[in-house]
Design a binder for this molecule. Structure first.
Ligand code: HPA
Ligand code: ZN
Length: 362
């Protein structure tokens, strides 16, 4: 593709430059980011609850909300850090009471994911947020699981669930949550660790993750979003996770970057989340390009899209634009998402082949 680049140094002319894409795709990188098939690996399904759905479910369930209307609620989405977001996020989730609520929330997400060419999704859910309010584990898991099954049959999106422990609660609470979820073991593929990071290091959950490992569950953990690189080391060494959620602060520790690159531990990065939670001040300063250039298996994800200003493609295209990512970077990010996913090997081959076809056709 040809684009026009102004030449500096007083030369008043426009020079045409060949796009650097090795694949000679005629699309620009932003259009390519929008159109390629991709996997989403870091989405808290409770963070996909749009204000309109919060109000609809509040009415359906007779739950009072401390906001007059959708606009007032949306206006409250001005966050200064992770905790300021979590307070509103947990309040929003209070409208979820029945199995149909969990189904409707996840189904709304899958329809948006399909529009963004997400072909595989691994959904985080926070059972403790619901069981603490008297909602049963069965209600939560069955509603979400039914939506995942329908995503496969009706939208062609393969989907699975990852149960997250809330790290501001105790390890005993996490262990009890795991035991309560075990009757539904076939409905989730792994466990993660989320909520308030600083002051709640991964090592606090070493025993429950060891038990999950024995059970054959896949392991991930949020680390290095607001917490220091030491938390990423703990997630790797104490919890033995296979992926790091966020992980952007790894760049402060060159030995850690080298270890993540050597072991090819994926990072599920969420650019708009980092912007909205003030992890970065401007998307132009986002570390995504540095992560890729350091040889890391970084991926793009939306985290809590209803709260942070956009779903997968908003994250992808705004990051490409802000950092001037190349078409090759975009293709690497899409490829990384399939490499990092917990799909079966035949499904991974299918996803990679679909990506190759889309690149060839672009
Ligand atoms: N970080 C930690 N916990 C979370 C997040 C996040 O970005 N979103 C929902 N729970
Ligand atoms: Zn997250």
């Amino acid at each position: 593709m040809l684009y026009r680049k102004p030449v500096t140094g007083g030369v008043r002319r426009i020079m045409q430059t060949i796009h650097e894409c090795k694949h000679r795709c005629p699309m620009n990188a932003i259009e390519l980011a929008r159109s390629l098939p991709k996997a989403e690996l870091h989405i808290h399904i409770e963070g996909s609850l749009e204000p309109e759905l919060i109000f609809a479910l509040a009415e359906r369930n007779g739950v009072p909300l401390p906001y007059a209307d959708v606009e007032t609620l949306r206006a409250a989405y001005a966050f200064t850090d992770l905790q300021s977001f979590l307070d509103i996020y947990y309040a929003g989730a209070s409208v979820l009471l029945q199995e149909a609520d969990f189904y409707d929330m996840a189904w709304a997400y899958f329809k948006r994911a399909q529009a963004d060419h997400v072909v595989h999704a691994e959904l985080f859910f926070d059972p403790q947020t619901h069981t603490a309010r008297g909602v049963s584990m069965a209600t939560v898991i069955q509603g979400l699981s039914r939506a995942c099954a329908d995503a496969q049959t009706r939208l062609g999106i393969s989907a699975s669930l990852i149960l997250c422990f809330l790290r501001h609660l105790s390890e005993e609470d996490a262990m009890a949550t795991l035991e309560a979820a075990l009757p539904y073991r076939e409905h989730f593929i792994g466990v993660g660790l989320d909520s308030s990071e600083v002051g709640h290091p991964p090592s606090k959950f070493s025993r429950v993750f060891a038990r999950c490992r024995e059970l054959g569950l896949r392991l991930v953990a949020h680390a290095g979003e607001e917490g220091p690189p030491a938390y990423i080391w703990e997630a790797l060494n104490d919890l033995q996770v296979e992926r790091i959620d966020h992980g952007v602060r790894c760049l402060e520790d060159p030995a850690l970057v080298a270890e993540l690159a050597r072991r090819r531990v994926p990072l599920t990065v969420c650019p708009l989340s980092n912007l909205k939670l003030c992890v970065v001040n401007d998307l132009k300063q986002h570390p995504m390009k540095r992560l890729l250039d350091s040889g890391l298996c970084a991926t793009v994800n939306s985290d809590d899209p209803a709260y942070f200003g956009g779903y997968m493609n908003a994250n992808f295209t705004q990051t490409v634009q802000a950092l001037n990512l190349s078409a090759d970077d975009v293709i690497a990010l899409a490829r990384n998402s399939f490499e990092a996913s917990f799909v079966s090997e035949p499904r991974r081959a299918e996803l990679m082949a679909a990506l190759d076809r889309a690149v060839a056709a672009a």
